[in-house]
Ligand binder design. Structure first.
Ligand code: MSP
Length: 660
């Protein structure tokens, strides 16, 4: 019987079209799944969408449609994107699927009845967009430690999970199972920052919105989106709903949960503790990959640097996108994607190294032998080197894939292809072709090249499956064995087709500009559609107007025009910018959590509005106490996916003037 291998991706939030970062994860998991299938495992590959939560409820409300209508639309986009990149999943779960909701209700009930979940009152700092409560120590300057937006003080009835009860067992499991979380540094962070200092009980319900799985018997509350989402890994196998539970029995425990670095905490602490409480074995491994950044910048809509796999595939082909993302993401750190680096990798690795090797070899076989594969009868020492390189590469690819060093596996294959190109230069087939005496040697050289290409295509098949299939078809074989010598002599190779056409930079950027124009047009159309829906529904939800204040109270807030003299990013902080502001009569130092929305360069010299009489506060900045004296006024920030915008004074406004 085949050994089983169960692997999963994180299920992306069903809030919009998935970008290349989310899509990278499914490509990565797909490459691992294809590799394991090739190695003879009985693979079950699960992916899906995370469809509940306040963000979705709010977005749907803004569009005047029901949350279900909203997620149905986004789900179709995720499914199409996964299909485009060739994700070979065995199951796609949606957290709004009936069986999943039913199972989540059952899981919650079980945990409540056995006393692991209890009802109490929560008092803490709540971040609306993140749907998370935070403790005093986690909140700095009244801002959410995850997204940097303001948190609010909130008290509510809620249900709690006794995390602390299981912390020691989890720690023991981690100590006894090296490799439970990879890369190791990510685990250390979890153990030292969360587990060792002591776990707090986790609030596992919300009552501020309704788009979620209701708490059984107390339907004012919905189950926390993470409890709902994490359960997908077992409910998809029929846990709690399928009486027989065949899939669950067969595939659980999961062999690897493939997730991004930002959600390692949920997968290495909350998820294992849920499973311990349910008496279910823990997953064997959690692999937290890095993030794909646009150059060195985080991809974000507000920065306008978000890339999508479908648009990239129009420019580089699906395998171009798969190859680039898989090779550009190192095992433990972040990866970078830019058009220039994609063009360079495409031309150097795919067009030159791989594409030319295949077309040169197949063309020579046609020219010299009418495409018939020759027997390797005239070996020389140099052939041994090539064969040894192939054998070493095969071993290296297995070693790297078994430890999830996927980009290293790919670069080993491309090193082998370079070696084969060098072999052509060393053996000079065009010289051998000049004499009948060297015909047998020429046939041997071409056999060795074709065979290296065949093994190469076999090794490449998990990463760039379409290209690998095309190469094998050109060689006239479907033999995927990784042993050198499997290619059958006497058969014919096919026509050398251009696998990857070199990209001309100038032409590329013209195509990109045309695509961007078109995308902007499409976006505009989509926006118009949304506007129509909104108008029809006429129910955009605005924050209620705050309690009335009298004028005398209003003027207590002293707002002034201030000029930005200096502005710089705060090292190691994703949120903060440090300002020196000129008020005319004095200069002030102010820290503001707007780094996500503005770069320092665009603010220097601008005139902003600041609250000049806000009590100064001391902030801990990289270990030093620094004063923030005043507050810069901005719009937005409370709603999910906020667009935070500073309020600027007119260019000719007087610095230091009051705003009233
Ligand atoms: N819904 C949760 C996951 C629940 S799993 C039980 C979630 N969704 S997400 O849409 O924000 O992210 C989905 C996955 O994409 C996560 O693993 C996340 O780390 C990953 N990525 C998001 N941006 C990414 C990049 N820029 N690069 C690589 N992966 C990225 O979290």
């Amino acid at each position: 019987m085949k050994e089983k291998f169960y692997l999963t991706t994180a299920i992306p939030y069903c809030s919009g079209k998935p970008h290349i970062g989310n899509t990278y994860e499914v490509i990565l998991t797909d490459a691992i799944a294809r590799y394991k299938r090739k190695m003879g495992y009985d693979v079950f590959f699960l992916t899906g969408t995370d469809e509940h939560g306040i963000k979705i409820e709010t977005k749907a409300k803004e569009m005047g449609i029901t949350p279900k209508e909203f997620v149905d639309g986004v789900y179709a986009k995720v499914r199409d994107m996964w299909a485009l990149v060739g994700a070979s999943y065995d199951k796609f779960i949606r957290t709004t699927d009936d069986y999943h909701e039913k199972a989540v209700t059952g899981i919650f009930k079980k945990l409540y009845e056995q006393g692991d979940i209890y009802k109490s009152q929560y008092e803490g700092h709540y971040c609306v967009p993140c749907e998370s409560f935070f403790t005093d120590t986690q909140v700095t300057d009244g801002k959410c430690p995850d997204c940097g937006r303001p948190v609010e003080r909130a008290t509510e009835d809620a249900y709690f999970f006794r995390m602390s009860k299981y912390a020691d067992r989890l720690l023991k499991h981690i100590e006894e199972n090296p490799g439970f979380v990879e890369p190791e540094a990510r685990l250390k962070e979890m153990v030292n920052n969360f587990l060792k200092p002591g776990l707090q009980d986790l609030c596992v319900t919300r009552s501020s919105f309704t788009w979620g799985v209701p708490v059984p018997g107390d339907e004012k509350h919905v189950i926390y989106v993470w409890i709902d989402a994490l359960s997908n890994y077992i409910t998809a196998l029929g846990y709690e709903v399928d009486e027989q539970g065949e899939l669950f029995k067969k595939y659980w425990p999961c062999d690897v949960h493939v997730i991004g670095k930002d959600i390692v905490r949920f997968h290495t602490i909350y998820w294992p503790i849920m499973l311990l409480a349910l008496g279910i074995p823990l997953p064997k491994k959690i692999y937290g990959h890095g993030w794909l950044n646009f150059g060195t910048d985080k991809m974000s809509k507000s920065r306008g640097n978000v890339m999508y796999a479908d648009e990239l595939a129009e420019l580089f082909g699906v395998d171009g996108v798969r190859y680039y993302t898989l090779s550009a993401m190192p095992y433990s750190s972040d990866g970078s994607i830019t058009y220039d680096s994609m063009i360079a990798a495409f031309n150097t690795d795919l067009a030159n190294n791989l594409g030319n090797l295949v077309s040169r070899t197949v063309s020579m076989n046609k020219k010299y032998f009418g495409s018939v594969i020759q027997a390797p009868v005239a070996s020389e020492a140099i052939d041994g080197e090539l064969k040894a390189c192939v054998a070493e590469t095969v071993a290296k690819v297995h070693e790297k894939m078994d430890t999830y060093h996927v980009s290293d596996a790919l670069s080993a294959i491309f090193d082998m292809l370079s070696r084969a190109n060098k072999y052509i230069d060393e053996t000079t087939p065009w010289v051998l072709a000049k004499s009948e005496d060297t015909k047998a040697r020429l046939g041997t050289v071409l056999y060795n090249l074709l065979e290296t290409i065949r093994v190469g295509a076999s090794l490449l098949s998990p990463f760039i499956p379409d290209t690998a299939a095309k190469i094998l078809a050109t060689l006239g074989t479907d033999d995927m064995s990784e042993e050198f010598g499997a290619l059958v002599c006497g058969k014919a190779t096919g026509e050398a087709e251009v696998l990857f056409k070199r990209i001309d930079e100038k032409e590329f950027y013209e195509r990109l500009a045309a695509q961007k124009g078109e995308t902007a047009e499409k976006k505009e159309e989509a926006k118009m559609e949304e506007v129509k829906v909104e108008e029809a529904a006429a129910e955009k939800v605005y924050e209620p107007v705050a309690d009335t204040v009298v004028f005398d109270d209003f003027v207590k807030v002293d707002m002034r025009v201030a000029k930005v003299l200096e502005c710089e990013a705060v090292p190691k902080s994703k949120k903060l910018l440090k300002f020196k502001l000129d008020l005319g009569f004095e200069t002030r130092q102010v820290f503001s959590g707007i780094a996500k929305y503005y770069s320092p360069e665009e603010l220097i010299g601008k005139k902003v509005i600041m609250v000049a009489n806000l009590a100064p506060r001391m902030m801990k900045i990289n270990g030093n106490e620094e004063e923030s004296n005043g507050m810069i006024v901005a719009s937005g920030g409370h709603e999910p996916d906020a667009v935070v915008r500073l309020l600027f004074a007119a260019d000719d406004a007087n610095v230091g003037d009051r705003v009233s």
